[in-house]
Design a binder for this molecule. Structure first.
Ligand code: IVH
Length: 678
């Protein structure tokens, strides 16, 4: 007979499986399809429940559990993976003529007038191979020299669009999928901004930065980087029928849950292919990632055999390459922008130049050190690079074009916005304005706080940030959480509806994860990557605020400069006041619900919905936690009580559906009073 413990374990096992499928499904909706079905909070709730079960029953943890994406211990060095089938490269075509020449040759060899071809964006990242054994991701590797690559399985597991398992009964027992790991343009810009501030060498482009990121020795560092993948083919497979055309292969992979680029096209003629290449030459700017050409592949897989491979280049595919996006122009001057942390950010004023269809007048120069290292002088002819929406950058001077009239850049001694004497902390590459009330800093900080990767307060952009500061409605980001409609209506061109939208967006931002809150604070040297590490390690704002420099520096990947900067930030009273104001405004200060403490409500889960007369939601949740209860954000089968205030919405229906007990505002207050937490 099964004991109670056995039965409980059995139930937990079923629930764990159910949660894993649900989480994988929502990962797929979010990271592959970009069409989430549930809110972040509901998703967090599923992960939290799974984590709790896995903590209680560690024997149920498997490597393909979504909780195991991050967590691998740092690898000493990467092992070598022999590729059973080499990862090939591609012949290039730089013009229409070269493209047509490729087609003539291939059709000649295939003894056909033409054949169908598949066009895919050529993603500028790095090639990887993903091996699946019995539907589970077993080995992930780099291309290396095509025959032998590096084993980066642990790092690839952190990329959420890579399925850890594929659920389909008809898949081959063993197969290898190939694709390109890349970094989005905005992710790259952010990362470089952070590196510039820390005085670390900058990545030249998103491709290098993706390559650097997957080769981090600590998978946790990889996990903090905004990486993604597009899968573009099947390497090899054993056991099971496979599609006979490349087009079908891509659809098959997509149906299995892999992320295939949405801009693939099947063309019947080389004329169509050429039109497609031209179109994308113009449209590529609009993509969130960099592409440097279009890969054209013969669709019929049987023809691949016929056409064969010369050297390492298959004759059944070719890469049409777009013209380069670098041009030379004159550097007229170097200006300074004041950053959100008070850093002085130099930028180049250029003689306008057309690069890839857009006129470029300004470009970034990152920091003083960078200018010195590259020896860029005012008046120089410089190489400027632009790739899509990435801010154009000065690659370096063309020294041979110097006339002798060029002048070296002299960094300012005073803040251009407020006139305060600048400081340069020892060992740092940036100069800073130490005045916390510097108007340029206040503005930059607010604009950063509301921006997408930070608190993502939709509707408050740079313009509205400036208007709020100028009207005196907001003096620091904490003030945002105390704005009301009357305040907003005082602003020019602000109607009822937009005011409500702004308030709704502010409300939504209260629940952003701790790592975003930390990043939003604009602490010097704390970019999104570092913020994620800190949030994960300390778990709450309070714990982080209490941490000593030694404790901070003990966090993997956090160096002494960052540790000192975090400590200095929290030592400052103005910053502590800001945190308090954010907390009182209902902003989340914990990474996840803290481990429930023992109390009269231990083991019971509450969800608060609607408006309560006496408490804000955040306050009500804090009371529940103080009594040992768990405060959930969405109603699930394991919710014990739904506290329904005024206008409870859909959660009430869900509670009724599950038969969850519903407490009115008064009943809830009475319960708190009984336990002396009201
Ligand atoms: S197919 C024989 N498809 O380009 C087929 N490659 O120059 C070889 N790449 O190493 C690869 N996007 O890193 C293929 N849609 C795409 C691609 C792509 C980017 C990269 C890949 C490869 C390199 C070849």
């Amino acid at each position: 007979m099964a004991t109670d413990a056995d039965q409980e374990l059995q139930r937990a096992k079923l629930r764990v499986e159910e949660l894993r499928s649900q989480i994988s499904y929502h990962d797929y909706r979010y990271f592959v399809l970009d069409q989430p079905e549930i809110s972040d909070a509901e998703y967090d709730e599923l992960v939290r429940e799974l984590r709790q079960l896995e903590e209680k029953y560690p024997q149920l943890i498997t490597p393909d559990s979504p909780t195991q994406r991050i967590g691998g211990a740092p690898v000493e060095a990467f092992g070598i993976v022999e590729h059973p089938q080499p990862l090939l490269s591609l012949a290039n075509a730089f013009s229409e003529e070269e493209l047509r020449a490729w087609h003539r040759r291939a059709t000649g060899l295939a003894e056909a007038d033409t054949f169908a071809m598949v066009c895919e964006p050529k993603i500028d990242g790095l090639a990887v191979a993903l091996e699946y054994h019995d539907g589970k991701l077993a080995v992930g590797s780099t291309r290396g020299d095509g025959y032998r690559g590096e084993n980066i399985t642990q790092n690839l597991r952190t990329i959420r669009s890579i399925p850890l398992r594929v659920a389909d009964s008809k898949i081959p027992r063993l197969f290898e999928v190939r694709g390109e790991v890349f970094m989005t343009k905005t992710g790259f810009e952010r990362l470089n901004e952070e590196r510039a501030e820390r005085g670390e060498p900058l990545f030249a482009n998103p491709r290098n930065s993706a390559a650097g990121s997957v080769r981090q020795l600590d998978p946790r560092a990889t996990a903090g980087r905004p990486l993604d993948i597009f899968v573009y083919g099947l390497g090899w497979a054993g056991g099971g029928a496979l599609p006979q055309s490349h087009w079908e292969t891509l659809h098959w992979l997509s149906a299995l849950g892999f992320k295939v680029n949405p801009h693939i096209a099947r063309c019947e003629s080389i004329d169509d292919v050429w039109r497609h290449c031209q179109q994308w030459g113009e449209k590529r700017e609009g993509l969130e990632y960099e592409i440097d050409g279009i890969v054209v592949k013969v669709d019929d897989v049987r023809l691949h055999e016929v056409l064969g491979v010369v050297g390492r280049e298959p004759r059944w595919a070719v890469a049409f390459k777009f013209p380069p996006t670098q041009r030379t122009t004159r550097l007229l001057d170097i200006g300074i922008n004041v950053g959100r942390t008070g850093s002085m950010n130099p930028y180049a004023v250029l003689e306008p130049v057309n690069i890839g269809g857009a006129v470029v007048k300004l470009a970034t120069l990152h920091n003083e050190e960078d200018i010195k290292r590259k020896d860029v002088r005012i008046g120089d002819t410089v190489i400027v690079q632009r790739a899509g929406e990435v801010i154009p950058q000065v690659v370096g001077p063309v020294a041979s074009k110097r006339t002798g009239r060029e002048r070296p850049f002299v960094p300012p001694e005073k803040c251009p916005a407020c006139g305060t004497q600048l400081v340069r902390p020892e060992g740092e590459v940036m100069r800073y304005c130490p005045n916390p009330a510097c108007p340029a800093q206040t503005f930059r900080l607010l604009a950063h706080f509301v921006s997408r990767g930070a608190m993502d307060i939709d509707g408050i952009g740079e313009q509205l940030s400036l208007a709020l500061l100028e009207a005196g409605l907001v003096r620091n980001p904490g003030d945002l959480y105390f704005l009301n409609k009357e305040d907003l209506l005082k602003l020019e061109r602000m109607g009822e509806k937009s005011a409500q939208n702004v308030l709704d967006a502010i409300e939504a931002s209260r629940g952003r994860p701790l790592q975003r809150v930390l990043f939003a604070l604009g602490i010097r040297h704390v970019g999104s990557e570092t913020a994620a590490l800190l949030a994960q390690h300390f778990g709450s704002m309070d714990a982080l605020m209490r941490a000593s420099v030694e404790e901070l520096a003990a966090v993997p990947s956090i160096g002494p400069v960052v540790a000192e900067s975090v400590r200095a930030y929290f030592r400052d009273r103005a910053h502590r006041r800001l945190i308090e104001r954010l907390r009182r405004g209902g902003v989340r200060m914990e990474a996840e619900a803290p481990a429930a403490r023992e109390g009269p409500l231990s083991g019971q889960t509450f969800v608060i919905t609607g408006t309560l007369a006496a408490l804000s939601r955040a306050e009500a949740e804090a009371r529940v936690r103080s009594l040992g209860g768990v405060a959930g954000s969405s109603v699930t089968r394991s919710t014990d009580y739904l506290v329904a205030g005024e206008s409870p919405g859909s959660k009430l229906e869900k509670a009724q559906q599950y038969g969850t007990k519903v407490l009115s505002d008064e009943e809830f207050m009475a319960l708190l009073r009984r336990h002396r937490a009201g």
